[in-house]
Design a protein around this ligand. Structure first.
Ligand code: PBG
Length: 336
């Protein structure tokens, strides 16, 4: 493999040959756009730590959903921001809660768009933890019932995919059983299988007002130091019935995405989280780097690592660029 017989630059000579040998591409089909839904009418308030992202009331969520569909994005993931919080997160499994109503409206306005729902009570509890709390401890088994009820109300509202993000042990199995017993055998479970206790969730906690009021999440989310444990989590979730497994965050965990891809045979998703978005946006706003190029490079790296689905706050911006490139190549508009 030595010079001068082999010259790698032969395959970099022009755009056509680069396209011919390219191994990975990001398509609009890969993208999922996260949205935050709150009470009210005509509300669209920007999240200060995530410029370009908003908390929206249901009417504006429907608009966002239409826009995603028009851009060719196949799915959105919805997070609910309730007006009322309590110790047991009651609004999380209220059949008429903010998220459940949003799902119904979106599914009736844009039925082709897949709706994924976040199943976790932290946005609904006054203490901000993802499980029930007793004497300062986060309880595992009693939380499973609440998560199952929550997932069921999402399925009843029309959610295509429920996505447990709480990291309680056994929640995928509990949710699968509840859904199956209630006639929702076809509802997909996307499990946040390997979710790390990460600093990169900072801006999300502002957006969803879900920062823990005491302690942290290290007794349920994973230690960033561990890799083999991620595979164990993934295997356990698949056994319990997960249809799709996710690694979160994405960028500091590209090695984990690759290991998960190589060790199982179900679709792998990755969550390009709020802090990863905000870092690029902040640097781009300061003109310290080219935001569009950085965004596309990051999304490509997540796909190259082995994720076929990417949840990202960049979804709409990336879809616009992908569609423009396509039009430019074809000489005809990619979409009407
Ligand atoms: C928990 C949840 C979190 C995120 C998604 N689901 C926050 C957390 O664990 O503190 C973070 C997403 C992001 O940072 O973009 N409901």
């Amino acid at each position: 493999m030595s010079f001068p017989i082999h010259r790698s630059r032969r395959l970099r000579k022009n755009e056509a040959i680069l396209r011919l040998v390219r191994e990975t591409c990001v398509s609009t089909d890969d993208l999922v756009y996260p949205l935050f839904v709150c009470e009210g009418k005509a509300v669209k308030s920007e999240i200060s730590s995530m410029p370009g992202n908003y908390r929206c009331s249901i009417d504006n969520i429907v608009k966002e959903a239409r826009e995603c569909r028009a851009l060719g994005i196949p799915a959105i993931v919805l997070f609910g921001i309730p007006d009322k919080k309590d110790a047991r997160g009651s609004e999380a499994y209220n059949p008429d809660g903010i998220l459940q109503r949003a799902v119904r409206e979106v599914k009736s306005a844009v039925p082709e768009l897949l709706v994924i729902t976040d199943v976790c009570i932290d946005e609904y509890t006054d203490h901000g933890h993802c499980g029930l709390v007793e004497n300062g401890k986060i309880l595992n088994d009693p939380t499973l019932e609440l998560l199952s009820r929550m997932a069921l109300t999402h399925a009843e509202a029309g959610a295509d995919i429920v996505a447990p993000s709480d990291m309680m042990d056994g929640r995928v199995g509990a949710i699968r059983r509840t859904l199956d017993e209630s006639g929702f055998a076809d509802t997909v479970i996307l499990s946040y299988a390997a979710k790390y206790a990460s600093a990169f969730y900072g801006p999300f906690r502002e957006a969803a007002d879900s920062a823990p009021q005491f302690g942290d999440r290290t007794s349920y989310q994973m230690d960033p130091a561990n890799g083999a444990e991620a595979i164990r989590e993934v295997m356990q979730d698949i056994e319990e019935g997960a249809d799709i497994v996710m690694v979160k965050p994405a960028l500091a965990y590209l090695d984990i995405i690759r290991q998960v891809r190589d060790s199982c045979r179900v679709p792998v998703a990755a969550y390009n989280v709020s802090g990863e978005y905000s870092m690029i946006r902040a640097a781009a706003d300061k003109q310290w780097l080219d935001g569009e190029r950085a965004m596309m490079e990051v999304l490509l790296s997540i796909k190259r690592a082995g994720a076929q689905i990417v949840l990202t706050y960049f979804a709409k911006a990336a879809a616009r660029i992908i569609n423009e490139r396509q039009e430019h190549r074809d000489g005809i508009p990619a979409r009407a």
